[in-house]
Design a protein around this ligand. Structure first.
Ligand code: PGA
Length: 244
């Protein structure tokens, strides 16, 4: 049976200028471990330049969002095909910040994932509960509903990664307990159509907690925000994943 690949994905969000490409180069020279796939998702303005800067390294580039259509009259949007053309191999879809800031429903996220797959990209599909949903005891119900509705029928390990990101853990320094992560990841795993789809945890992953998180069953890697902006921190997280 195929097992999931280990993956460390860095989400730069709306951070990063051309000068910051040096961090990506540093990461690439710091780290080359064939057991771990590494992706950096810079803002769209840097996708092409970063892909060029990382040619020949083991680090791949991803977008942070894509439109559901391949082209057309959609001012300000970019398509999955354009990301692929610029050198991206992955794209994040359904991040909670997109769901909250842009009203993206799981149905839209599924269309975006399909668009990504059609363009030859791997879709990193994000799900996660809010703090109020967790407090109400609805975590599993919410994340499974999101997963089922966000996952296209075409999803398989070669074109899909799933990231569990509790909204209350993103950028807050707070993380769920080991048991809370294990419970959600076990349940997500049971609902995935392909056992080799990588399942990432995201939300305040940093060098100091990475090893503990990667030791949890069914955690195949991480989607990292803040700590991916510094090559040293992201390298330490990748090293922890390689050793897990
Ligand atoms: P964080 O962000 O690591 O800064 O908490 C994670 C994410 O939003 O993907």
């Amino acid at each position: 049976m195929n097992t999931p690949r280990k993956l460390a994905a860095g989400n730069w969000k709306m951070n990063g200028f051309r000068a910051d490409l040096q961090e990506a180069r540093n990461l690439a020279s710091d780290f080359a471990d064939p057991s771990v796939d590494i992706v950096l998702c810079p803002p769209a303005t840097l996708v092409g330049a970063m892909a060029a800067a990382l040619v020949g390294s083991g680090v791949r580039v991803g977008g942070q969002d894509c439109h559901v259509k391949p082209a057309g009259a959609h001012t300000g949007d970019i398509s999955a095909a354009m990301l692929a053309d610029a050198g991206a191999r992955y794209v994040i879809v359904g991040h909670s910040e997109r769901r909250a800031d842009h009203g993206e429903t799981s149905a839209i996220v599924a269309q975006k994932a399909t668009a990504a797959q059609s363009a030859g990209l791997v879709a990193i599909i994000c799900v996660g509960e809010t703090e109020a949903e967790r407090d109400a005891g609805k975590t599993l119900e919410v994340v499974i509903q999101q997963l089922v509705a966000s996952l296209p029928e075409t999803a398989q390990a070669s074109n899909t990664v799933v990231a569990y990101e509790p909204v209350w853990a993103i950028g807050t320094g707070r993380t769920p307990t080991r048991d809370q992560i294990a419970q959600v990841h076990d349940s997500l795993r049971d609902h995935l159509p392909d056992g080799a789809i990588s399942l990432l945890y995201g939300g305040s992953v940093k060098p100091s907690n990475a090893a503990e998180i990667f030791a949890i069953p069914n955690v195949d890697g991480a989607l990292v925000g803040g700590a991916s902006l510094k090559a040293d921190d992201f390298s330490a997280i990748i090293a922890a994943l390689a050793q897990a």
